[in-house]
Design a protein around this ligand. Structure first.
Ligand SMILES: [Zn+2]
Ligand SMILES: [Zn+2]
Length: 329
């Protein structure tokens, strides 16, 4: 810690290091060692994103390779092949380096200009962070609900969002498999909440933003995992979306536009097909079918929903084509 006194930027001059927690000392060491807050923040942001995204996807890759877990797979007939997972990984990495890396690098100057604390210690406590985190979740969920519906219309779908819908049965790694414009548009929902909050309150530490990003990455990867366990979060918190909600969006092409919470889809009726599907599955279960019969019944219901989805998707693409025709006329 003695080296601290030698930072040319003098970030921590006069700081009583002994009074800091273990985490705060690590934080301070990172910024003091790199001795350039812009580089230190940019590097940490990028590493955090990569480590958490791929680190969280890894257990799902392992689970997909083990037939034992198939009984909890939402679309058990569609398990991603290693080849599909590798293709997806390459595409995601490409977008991380071309789109996210420059965007992340810009984050520090923007954050500092609106008064966000970055290198400063002490770090915020849980009591300070909890309401901030809730606001970020609420803001992102609503933003995503609206922007995602817009992405399901004509031109925006055909030229941007269609890429994310390549997988009708998603898997963890596919969470950020999307057109660069989509990464940018929907990423705004994740990052504008903290920026707005900081601009208005002048009280936000980037540490809270990192915690938010970690939670948001867990949410996104898990929602695409394709698995619903008895212990999945939505079985404990009924308004949490989870994979059971978002998997249907990929399978049916429609309904369930939000990310974290079910309330907007529920209140505004954009989960009608999803609820009808769930009711039919429940009714089939109530008939006391054998395990094989139940699997067959579920398969038929899924095929039906997916067929309807393909029709709806073709309709959206037709609208896009008509849009250009009308413009040319
Ligand atoms: Zn979609
Ligand atoms: Zn998705």
């Amino acid at each position: 810690m003695d080296a601290l006194n030698g930072t040319s930027s003098g970030l921590y001059d006069g700081t009583d290091v002994a009074s800091l927690s273990w985490m705060e000392q690590l934080w301070l060491q990172w910024y003091a060692t790199i001795d350039n807050p812009t580089i230190a923040t940019g590097l940490m942001s990028f590493l955090l994103h990569e480590i958490v995204y791929f680190g969280r996807s890894l257990p799902w890759i392992i689970i997909d390779s083990m037939p034992y877990f198939r009984k909890w797979k939402l679309q058990p007939n569609k398990v991603p092949t290693p080849q599909e997972q590798w293709e997806c990984t390459k595409q995601v990495l490409f977008s991380h380096f071309t789109i996210e890396l420059p965007a992340i690098w810009l984050f520090h100057p923007v954050a500092e200009s609106i008064g966000m604390r970055t290198y400063q210690v002490p770090l915020p406590g849980l009591k300070e962070m909890a309401p901030q985190l809730f606001f970020f979740f609420f803001f992102e969920d609503l933003f995503h609900y609206l922007a995602h519906q817009a992405l399901h219309t004509g031109v925006l779908y055909k030229h941007i969002h269609k890429i994310h819908h390549k997988y009708s049965a998603p898997f963890g790694l596919a969470a950020e498999y999307a057109h660069p414009a989509e990464v940018f548009i929907l990423g705004a929902g994740t990052i504008c909440g903290p920026l707005l909050y900081c601009y208005v309150t002048q009280n936000l530490h980037i540490f809270t933003v990192y915690l938010w990003i970690v939670l948001r990455l867990f949410q996104a990867v898990d929602a695409h995992s394709g698995y619903d366990f008895p212990w999945s979060l939505h079985n404990i918190i009924p308004f949490w979306s989870g994979a059971e909600h978002h998997d249907f969006h990929h399978m049916a092409f429609t309904n369930n536009f939000s990310t974290s919470f079910r309330w907007w889809d529920y209140m505004l009726g954009t989960d009608d097909k999803y609820r009808a599907y769930r009711a039919r599955v429940k009714a089939a279960k109530a008939k006391g079918l054998s395990e094989d019969e139940m699997r067959q019944a579920e398969r038929e219901l899924m095929d039906e929903v997916e067929k309807e989805g393909l029709v709806a998707e073709a309709e959206v693409e037709r609208n896009a084509a008509n849009f250009f025709k009308a413009k040319a006329a």
